[in-house]
Every structure is written in C-alpha cells, then in structure tokens.
Design a protein around this ligand. Structure first.
Ligand code: FES
Length: 118
C-alpha cells in the first residue's frame, strides 16, 4: 500500500497543489525528478511511502536526482553528502537538511504542495 508523507501544518500553508505524476512514475525504492511550475522537485518512494524534496543539494546545488537512493539514504552524486530520505535530515554531514514539500495522493495521482499562502 502506498501512503503519502503529509503534514497538516504544512498543508494549511500551501498555495497550490500541483500534479506531479502517478504511482507508475516512481516505483518502490526509486526516485524521480519533476518540474512543477519551475520548482525542481525530487519524489522518493520508500517502501510505498512517498516523500518530496527540493531537487537541489544544500552543498553546491547539484540535482539530488542524479545521485543514488539506497536503503533509505539519498547520496548526492557530486561529493557524496548523504541524507535520510524519510526525514531529509543530513546523515553526513548531520548539520544540514533538505527542503521538504508536502505531498498528498488522490488515488494513484501524486500532488505536491508548492508555494506558501501570504
Ligand atoms: S553538491 Fe551535493 S555533495 Fe556537493
């Protein structure tokens, strides 16, 4: 069963929910990049749970979608910084964190919340 990673607090601040694809686009254990109105977003499917992050490494902005996703750890291809793909928190180094987007499912359709209400 596929679930979405949601935050009701974050949901309330979302300006727009944009269609990001379907579950066929990101299988379990995989990730993919999508452009949502100019926002580069990385979708990760971890054991059926979906997560959305900015597709940009906090080190030198390399697209994280060019890296590797293995055993819940996202590794940047450029200099091998690593992130917990469930939380976005840095594994190495631990002092960094990815920007996470709220995500919701409507059947097999994936929607990502972008922007914030003023
Ligand atoms: S740009 Fe990602 S580790 Fe350097």
């Amino acid at each position: 069963m596929v679930t979405s990673s949601r935050s009701s607090e974050a949901d309330s601040a979302v300006a727009a929910w944009l269609f990001a694809g379907t579950l066929d686009d990101v299988w379990e254990g995989e990730m993919c990049a999508v452009d949502l109105d100019g926002a580069e977003v990385l979708l990760c499917n971890l054991d059926g749970e979906l997560f959305a992050y900015e597709d940009r490494c906090p080190h030198l902005a390399n697209p994280l979608s060019q890296g590797d996703l293995s055993e819940g750890v996202l590794t940047c291809a450029a200099h091998e910084w690593q992130f917990d793909a469930r939380s976005g928190h840095g594994v190495n180094p631990a002092s960094v964190c990815l920007h996470r987007y709220p995500l919701r499912l409507d059947g097999d359709r994936i929607f990502v919340g972008v922007g914030e209400d003023e």
